[in-house]
Design a protein around this ligand. Sequence first.
Ligand code: ADP
Length: 385
Amino acid sequence: MSILVINSGSSSLKIKIFSDVNKPAIVHGSLEKIGEEQSVLSCQFSQKTINKKITCADHYEGLEQFFSILKQNDALLDIIAIGHRVVHGGEDFSQPVKIDDNVISVIEKNIPLAPLHNPENLKGIQATMQMFPSVAQVAVFDTAFHQTMPEYAYRYAVPNSFYEQQKIRRYGFHGSSHQYVSKEAARILQKPIAQTSLITLHLGNGASATAIKNGKSIDTSMGMTPLEGLIMGTRCGDIDPGVLLFLLQTHTHDKLDKILNKKSGLLGLCQRNDMRDIESQDTRESQRAIKMVVHRVQKYIGSYYAQLPELDAIVFTAGIGENSILIRELCCANLAHLGIELCSDKNGNTSYGEIQKSHSKVKILVIPTNEEMEIARQTHNLINA
Ligand code: ADP
């Protein structure tokens, strides 16, 4: 009895198969550069790995090729449900749902809120519904975990009609990741999740921070779109809206969209967006970029600390959070007055678990994220409910 998880990005597809939702996936697949001259497919089974270049015009073709490989390797025999990552559920979904025509039309309705992501997620859903008509399909939304935010945290201070008519508000993203690491953190802290308060820092190419009070998201740094908040690989994060008004006088909407989403962040500051390269450079630009990233993270730590009645732990996750000893060290530097004290030795030697000094009031945790496992668990729980 296995669960297949599908994560369709704008030009990529990731799949995982879980035979037990509490154990690592038994199959990992990824397909990159969909729609380009050559796409790169990789599929890892327990005994073998397949890597090949294929031609693949769209997500439907990509899934067909994946499923043919999975079939040849008997990996599809006992799939009982398929969990799909869907980026934007708007205000309509605070829980995973079984996909039917109504759910599809609501995901379509939310396309204006995530024009780059929801159409690709829908392609994955529609393709698998045709290929597996009798298997239960479940949508797990990136935004769902943050639906517990109070109104004063999710509303923007613009005229009410913008919210009432166009649903302009903070939604937040990376929900499956923040939820997954928060549960893992509670397990490490040996506290019930409903009594655990955390600041979770998902620092990857996309990055977001979340304040979690008693297991629930009460504030998060990404907003109506994934552009707000922390400084990211290619996204600017927080910026004075006046800058956009100023730039709109000389830039078209499309150009500005591209600049802020694809040419800003680390890439805009030092011509590269891989933190490993930036850390290895010793230039003024790279040092300034690192200082800016860390300054922004600390702003959020302070802001979220102030919103929580107590703070059990700060959690680092995703590519940078899990791997960058330097960024973790700098993000926790000079916070002893807040009871946050990182141990450099543990920080340098730990890829999972606690890295604070023994007397630090607040724990500091490194927890590798596993969004697909969270999606598999939620899919499993829903179909067994
Ligand atoms: P995505 O948002 O694309 O899922 P990831 O969570 O995979 O991103 O994070 C990717 C980023 O993690 C890379 O851009 C790279 O900068 C960073 N990263 C990975 N390993 C390290 C490392 N050892 N040191 C610093 N940064 C790292």
